[in-house]
Design a protein. Sequence first.
Length: 496
Amino acid sequence: MTTRELKVVVLGAGMAGMLAGIQLQKRGYRNAVIYEKADRVGGTWRENTYPGLTCDVPSHFYTYSFERNPDWTRHLPPGPEIQSYFERTAAKYGVLDMIRFNEEAESAEWRDGKWQLQFKSGHSDTADVLIAATGVLHQPRYPDIPGADDFRGAIFHSARWDHSVALDGKRIGVIGNGSTGVQIISALAGRAAHLEHYQRTPQWIMPVENGEFSEEERAAFRDPEVLNRVMNHDEYMAAVEAYTQAVTNVDSPEAQEMIKACVDNLEQSVRDPELRERLRPNHTPLCKRLIFSPDYYEAIQHPNADLVTTGIERIEANGIRTRDGELHELDVIVYATGFHADAFMRPMQITGAGGVTLQDYWADKPRAYLAISMPDFPNLFMLNGPNGPVGNFSLIDIAENQWIYIDQLLERLRQGDCDALAPSHAATEAFEAARVEAARNTVWFKGGCSSWYLDKEGIPSSWPWNFERFVSEMAEPDWAAFGLPSPTADDQSRVA
Ligand code: NAP
């Protein structure tokens, strides 16, 4: 039987876009191209280069399942090692040959049964299928603090780190205490002459071990059997499941255990009672994205470090003026103030069937059927799209599961079962209604704190169920939602 030769365009050569490239090759899609706006692969790990950059997922699980890495030097993977892992993997799997670098997509329009793509460079292309692997946290959020232009020192966002600026012996202020700010403080305490951490809302900190692997251990991990044993998949999956149980049911034993670990960490690690109270959040642990750190509390108690909890009035030529009138003189100011988490593919202009624009479809908030596809946007599939699982586990696992689902959609197109695939409005609305209802039961909603997990209406923009349910939803599309009958046994044997 002849199959249709699909032209597949992937946008983004970060972790998810590279995964798409590898899997497309594996499935024999010869007419596939990845467009990347920058000149290297790596996505978030290319863009974030701040001191202390670390992923809080255990190293050996922060890889593609088909390309484990025995060489991690620590229990938690350092950012530069993650970037080199992705660069190595891209080369090994021939993904580099699929990528057109320095091409930023400006618009995509569904016209005449294809995606018509326009790039900033003037280049254009068409595709039968568009895969958006454009990442989640990639547009820096700058705080609305007056006076930044007056500052005479260096000032930059954590994701735009200026490596020409000397740090040793300088007076450094870090604004923001999410995962990023906390990691930067841990890295700079002891290096800066004076380090100030500007905290608007205290955060709970989960303790974690981050020891080094010895040379001998790393040599032993080259044996896949040893690595597999050390990784202990069952234990890891149990931890992921416990985490998802905890966030979806704050009264669960799993949640109570995590809450206790955070509270004990604060009580046992911070010696000065006055500092301890300033660090103590008044919200439930887990309600903001949980921060894992082996050393933040030690760092903030370093003699050269200060926690500043008085609000910021403005930035001036010589530093930061707080609301009590005090001027904090600084040489360097770092905004660790997060990202526009609701941007996804935007500001790219995407126009679907019948002239519907993504801007309009997402005017209230980003939404998608099972985080992957949208009605009126045929043959557009997202990896790590809106309202998918986010949390303290590997986004690589999420993308790999989403690929299992997308692969099956592609196969129906390739087999000629249909020309275009988009979920129905009814299926998408039913999914979104169920998701929002379930999201109201999560600790992100009930915990009473603000975070980038919440949309404009205060509803968590996330998968509100456990990980097991996500994996099972991704195992096979509900074909009725796409207006297709289930594939026959014959079709399925072709896919396998
Ligand atoms: P974030 O979690 O959004 O935190 C932003 C911080 O900036 C918050 O502390 C916020 O305070 C503060 N802030 C924002 N505007 C401010 C202002 N005008 N004045 C004072 N403070 C202000 O951003 P992030 O730390 O960059 O982390 C974003 C996400 O990246 C994480 O949640 C995580 O998903 C990912 N990440 C992961 C790792 C990892 O280890 N896997 C490491 C780094 C980042 P409020 O709380 O008061 O709003």
